[in-house]
Write a protein that binds this ligand. Structure first.
Ligand SMILES: Nc1nc2c(c(=O)[nH]1)N[C@@H](CN(C=O)c1ccc(C(=O)N[C@@H](CCC(=O)O)C(=O)O)cc1)CN2
Length: 301
């Protein structure tokens, strides 16, 4: 079998188009959704993600507010900025780009963001709401994975799903979302026994471990859907000028998995682009909730 490639770039473009359409409706009601993004430090990858967030926010017609703070910003100053954004009625979504420098306690920062404006869905209130099946702000990357799975399969009810990885940002919320769609869910991790056999039993595999090409094709059940969340930059030979050649790979070995799976997301161009598209969707949702406007269908869990 050769897998259908789930094109996250194209899917994300559709989500953004839908968000833009809904932003027009919300603006007609007198509100412009606003997203505040806070970046502390100069991590190059984070700077790119933040730039893309700002650009895409503006492209869908929303207001983008960027705060770029030096790497030595104190935790107290960062918390003061978040308090100011919490109180600003023009700001409907707030996020602090992760990772933050080591001297800042990320959990404290996430806890300081008003849950209603927590468009990353990382605040403990939103974590609890999601875990108990209530209306929450849902973390963007798992929400993007869920949207792609629903689009590909229609109903996920009764399917068996394995989530590889137990991070608060992807693995745990992903498992909750799949459970919410009536999958039978296993969360596997570095201590899971007989990992290959566990993965082989799954109709859906979501890999979010951050280990390049860890999942080989012979772990995949024929016809299964593979959602690869990993974004790993590896060195792959040398260029003519003698410098290392680098490329991005996922947590799954693409060619061998694609030969067995029914559907697969590529890296790059799979889950990654959905993260920012879902951030825009979450900002719109937060704005609608804050202003008593009808929430757009199909953009939330
Ligand atoms: N506060 C947050 N911090 C971080 C999050 C997050 O959701 N909230 N996620 C990641 C970074 N991230 C967004 O912030 C992000 C990562 C990857 C992509 C993406 O489109 N990736 C491309 C490849 C990009 C490349 O060439 O490097 C792809 O997979 O096709 C978008 C957003 C950590 N921090």
């Amino acid at each position: 079998m050769t897998a259908t490639v789930i094109d996250g770039k194209a899917f994300a473009a559709k989500v953004r188009a839908k968000v833009a359409e809904e932003v027009t409706r919300v603006k007609a009601a007198g509100v412009t959704p606003g997203l505040a993004v806070v970046l502390v430090g100069e991590d190059p990858a984070s700077a790119v993600y933040v730039r893309n967030k700002g650009k895409q926010t503006v492209e869908v017609g929303m207001e983008s507010i960027e705060h770029k703070l030096p790497a030595d910003t104190s935790e107290a100053d960062l918390l003061a900025l978040i308090a100011q954004l919490n109180a600003d009625p023009a700001v409907h979504g707030i996020l602090c780009q992760l990772p933050v420098p080591d001297h800042i306690d990320a959990d404290k920062v996430l806890a300081a963001i008003a849950p209603a404006k927590d468009v990353d869905g990382f605040h403990i209130s939103n974590v609890g709401l999601l875990a108990t099946g209530q209306k929450a702000m849902v973390p963007c990357t798992p929400l993007g994975c869920l949207m792609m799975l629903r689009d590909h399969h229609g109903s996920l009810s009764g399917m068996s799903a394995v989530v590889l990885g137990r991070s608060n940002i992807v693995g745990k919320p992903m498992a909750q979302l799949l459970l919410g769609d009536s999958c039978t869910v296993t969360i596997a991790h570095s201590r899971t026994k007989d990992l290959a056999d566990v993965v082989r039993g799954a109709d859906i595999v979501v890999a979010a471990v951050g280990r390049p090409e860890m999942v080989p094709g012979d772990w995949i059940k024929p016809g299964a859907t593979v959602i690869d969340v990993g974004i790993n930059r590896i060195e792959d030979g040398v260029k003519e000028d003698g410098t290392p050649r680098r490329r991005l790979v996922g947590d799954c070995h693409y060619d061998s998995c694609a030969a067995v799976a029914g559907a697969i997301t590529p890296v790059p161009g799979g889950v990654g682009p959905m993260t920012i598209a879902c951030l825009l969707a979450n900002t719109l949702t937060a704005c609608c909730r804050a202003n008593g406007l009808e929430e757009p269908a199909g953009l939330t869990a």
